[in-house]
Write a protein that binds this ligand. Structure first.
Ligand SMILES: [Zn+2]
Length: 319
């Protein structure tokens, strides 16, 4: 049995940083609901398909935007996830720090995109703020964390321990992982412990041309299914899949991306069918089963890469 996590990073962007207050209501509607002629393809559709299959995802919710726009929109996101019986955990995009109405830190000068650009004590303050915002919005006590854009470093783990957060999923060997200071000189691909934190890294795989992470928009269903079986057969402890609240929509977010929607539906049906092999779960109640030795990244045959490239080319018609 392999523990599989379907993680969804939930965030709202206003396409730039000008006229934020004016642009926010429409941005919220598009990113959170994603209305199209065929239905609401952001959170509502995602939640419905998970619920139809009785599956639990992990929703890493970004709360710092609410320091600008108030807690109501965050409460609305939390309410949708609670109603969908999904797990809520913490995601932070420090891009919002300098946009907050009340200063979150002293001496904020301009934008610093990644958490790793903040000192350990600043990270501790930001994690505390995020955790409090989620709790105040009705999301409960977060036990797991993911840094925005995977932009963490080793100080992040200490900041999490200081805030009583036990699990992290910020390590990504394709982005920032290798120079994060966590496991220097190693490519970490399965659950491990570091500085008192149980780290559940993004699942990455070698597609014959490059190392990629297991994301709905970046990986065909054929690849994903093959990788899941391979992870099970090679005794991996964890398999972390990435998605976003807006990932089933096209880039202009006005219609569904049928290819990604189909990948998502196929993945849910597959996980539902194969419950005796794959345990889709969250972090609540998780007893960590950590890898003693780090395996090599999973491998996917290059013919599947070629098939995915053709599928990706087909997605252009949804843009
Ligand atoms: Zn994010």
């Amino acid at each position: 049995m392999l523990d599989v996590f379907f993680s969804v990073d939930v965030e709202v962007w206003c396409d730039g940083w000008d006229n934020l207050d004016e642009k926010f209501p429409e941005a919220f509607r598009r990113y959170v609901y994603g209305p199209t002629a065929h239905g609401d393809y952001a959170l509502p559709y995602t939640l419905r398909v998970l619920e139809d299959h009785g599956l639990t995802g992990v929703f890493f919710v970004e709360p710092l935007f609410s320091t600008r726009f108030g807690s109501q929109p965050l409460q609305e996101i939390v309410g949708l996830l609670r109603e969908g019986k999904q797990e809520i955990q913490l995601h932070l995009h420090p891009e919002w720090v300098d946009e907050s109405i009340e200063p979150l830190l002293e001496n904020i000068e301009g934008k610093r995109q990644h958490l790793r650009y903040y000192t350990r004590s600043e990270q501790e303050i930001l994690v505390a703020a995020g955790k409090r915002l989620i709790a105040e919005a009705g999301g409960g006590e977060c036990a797991a964390f993911r840094a925005g854009s995977f932009g963490f470093n080793r100080d992040t783990l200490t900041a999490l321990v200081a805030n009583g957060i036990r699990f992290d999923s910020s390590y990504n060997a394709t982005i920032f992982g290798l120079d994060s200071g966590v496991g220097p000189g190693q490519v970490l691909v399965d659950a491990f412990e570091c500085d008192g934190i149980c780290e559940y890294p993004m699942t990455v795989y070698d597609d014959g041309t490059a190392l990629r992470h297991a994301q709905l928009t970046a990986c065909s269903h054929r690849e994903m299914e093959g990788l899941l079986w391979q992870a099970l057969e090679t005794g991996r402890r964890s398999f972390m899949i990435l998605s976003h609240n807006f990932e089933l929509l096209n880039t202009t977010r006005d219609r569904p991306d049928d290819v990604v929607v189909s990948r998502f539906r196929q993945l849910c049906a597959f996980l539902d069918r194969n419950r005796d092999s794959f345990n889709l779960r969250g972090f609540e109640g998780l007893t960590p089963d950590l890898a003693t030795l780090q395996p090599a990244p999973l491998k996917s045959p290059v013919w599947k890469t070629a098939m995915r490239m053709m599928e990706q080319a087909g997605r252009r018609r949804f843009r």
